[in-house]
Design a protein around this ligand. Structure first.
Ligand code: GLC
Ligand code: CA
Length: 547
């Protein structure tokens, strides 16, 4: 249906760049050490100047904060640490004035155990809310099965009053919701429509591939009814407005991504898939089991996603989020070549097809941290530490994994200035600030077009000015080259060529093979001195008219 496709191609989110805010670490307006909605409102002009089109807000709903808001106790209220509903309405309105849309984080796989539904559900097996969750009869100490929770321990928790276990894929304070129950689904749709009426611009759906679980068959991701549920969800809510929706799907393959993000708009706009970002761990093991990044494999993975989803789905492009370490420390170089490598990674990603996401501080080249174990705040990190100690791992070995992969790497406060607490708060920050805020901070970068911020700003502009960045077909160049990540984008009229040296050595570049008439759009060194040589982490994006 070509007509439908044209309509789909014009979707606003295809040329948009989305910025993720982790509210507790962004900007604190009242000195309690925790970032909040008023703090975000104060920084909207900064985001407008960067040029982004939408903000994905990590959860701000009412929550006991066991997993920093990913444990929601009231989906239709704001947690007092962040403000209140009036602040939220003000944020939506103030953002709108600046043509910025607000994307809410929907946590629909589980709720908090302090949600009213769960409090009711626990009262008796006959309670109307009981079936909103997943229960199994049993006896104490005899678990229904061996399923494990993502944050450690069994996925089953015993409730003595009911003589039943409930199922939780994450912490014990995050009981899984039972999507098999149509009443629960309906209640979720009503809640989502209420947010749509408040004027939000879209939703990010937390671990959405895990909602259709069948614990007795050890099925968590991609349950048989998943796409049926998603189609119903989309029809009852998202399709009523011009929204962007992005599902978090750790299990997504290209085939599955095409189902989720089919241009017929029956499910979601796109998914976050993690194939590229899981490459630096031992195969079949956990993220904590570190392995060097296989560079050729990285190229193969990106290339496959770009080509497979072309006209059949839509990619999201990201290096970072609140669960991942900082990319410049991870696959760039956060010492000698911090600036060059941060820009290289940005150019490499933003030249591809899909919707780019920038995670707060990425536009400044913020880095990982190394704290002592007591200074980490993340439940996953703390549990991992205990679990591996008990299993007999050496402390130093565990700490190496934590330095590399702890989610707190991404959660240290935004570095706004080189003044007290990096300008994040007047009080005591909820988590220690990265000590390098004296050197890495927004205030000086905003003024400097040569800064990492300047590079991101330029890349966002280029996406608006060169439609080929949005619609062009992708072709990987020099697939077997072990240092260079290079590709071509091509539509009817024009071509883009991106060439990146992924490493810290100087190497020669076969640029003549790409042809001539190239106009340089952006690069990460002041000027190109020798077209045939790539300095450490050198990256260039060229453009030309097709002959
Ligand atoms: C997602 C979130 C993560 C959270 C988990 C459980 O993976 O991104 O932060 O801990 O879901 O809700
Ligand atoms: Ca605050």
């Amino acid at each position: 249906m070509p007509e439908k496709e044209t309509k789909q191609e014009k979707k606003w989110w295809k040329s948009a760049v989305i910025y993720q805010i982790y509210p507790r670490s962004f900007s604190d307006s009242n000195g309690d050490g925790i970032g909040d909605l008023k703090g975000i409102i104060e920084k909207l002009d900064y985001l407008k100047y960067l040029g982004i089109n939408a903000i994905w807000l990590s959860p701000v709903c009412r929550s006991p904060q066991d997993d920093n808001g990913y444990d929601i106790s009231d989906y239709q209220d704001i947690d007092p640490i962040f403000g209140n509903l009036t602040d939220m309405e003000e944020l939506i309105a103030e953002a709108k004035k600046r043509q910025i849309r607000i994307i809410m984080d929907l946590v629909l796989n589980h709720s908090s155990d302090e949600h009213n539904w769960f409090k009711e559900a626990k009262k008796s097996k006959e309670n109307p809310y009981h079936d909103y969750y997943i229960w199994r009869d049993g006896t104490k100490d005899v678990l229904p099965n061996e399923m494990r929770a993502a944050f450690g321990g069994s996925a089953w928790e015993w409730v003595p009053e009911l003589e039943q276990y409930y199922f939780h894929q994450f912490s014990v304070k995050q009981p899984d919701l039972n999507w098999e129950n149509p009443k629960l689904r309906k209640e979720i749709y009503t809640m989502i429509n209420w947010w749509i009426e408040k004027g939000v611009g879209g939703f990010r759906l937390d671990v959405i591939d895990q909602i259709a679980k069948e614990p007795d068959r050890f099925i968590t991701s991609n349950g048989p009814r998943l796409h049926e549920f998603l189609k119903e969800l989309s029809k009852e809510t998202f399709q009523k407005a011009d929204l962007v929706t992005v599902g978090e799907a750790w299990s997504a393959t290209t085939e599955l991504a095409k189902l989720y993000s089919n241009p017929d708009n029956s499910e979601l706009s796109m998914v976050f898939q993690f194939e590229h970002i899981c490459l630096d761990q031992e195969e079949g093991k956990e993220k904590w089991d570190l392995a060097p990044l296989p560079f050729l494999k990285l190229k193969e993975v990106f290339s496959r996603w770009q080509r497979e989803l072309y006209k059949k789905g839509w990619n999201s492009l990201f290096w970072n989020n609140h669960d991942l370490p900082r990319i410049v420390s991870r696959w760039g170089n956060d010492t000698t070549y911090r600036i060059e490598s941060a820009k290289m990674l940005a150019i490499l990603l933003h030249g591809m097809q899909g919707t780019p996401y920038i995670y707060q501080g990425e536009e400044l080249g913020m880095t990982n941290i190394r704290y002592s174990i007591e200074e980490y705040r993340d439940i996953e990190t703390q549990n991992l530490y205990q679990e591996r100690l008990e299993k007999g791992y050496k402390k130093e070995e565990i700490m190496q994994s934590i330095y590399a992969k702890s989610r707190d790497n991404a959660r240290t406060p935004m570095q706004w200035t080189n003044q007290k607490n990096a300008g994040f708060t007047d009080g005591t920050p909820w988590i220690k600030i990265n000590p390098n805020y004296q050197e890495i901070y927004a205030e000086n970068q905003v003024k400097d077009p040569e800064s990492i911020f300047g590079c991101y700003k330029k890349l966002i502009q280029l996406r608006k000015e060169y439609p080929v960045l949005v619609d062009g077909e992708f072709e990987m160049l020099w697939k077997k080259d072990e240092h260079i990540f290079a590709y071509l984008r091509r539509n009817k009229e024009t071509e883009i060529v991106v060439i990146c040296n992924f490493f810290d050595q100087t190497i020669s570049c076969k640029i003549e093979e790409v042809g001539d008439s190239l106009k340089l759009l952006i690069c990460n060194y002041k000027e190109i001195q020798q077209p045939f040589t790539l300095r450490p982490y050198e990256a260039r994006m060229y453009w030309r008219k097709r002959q």
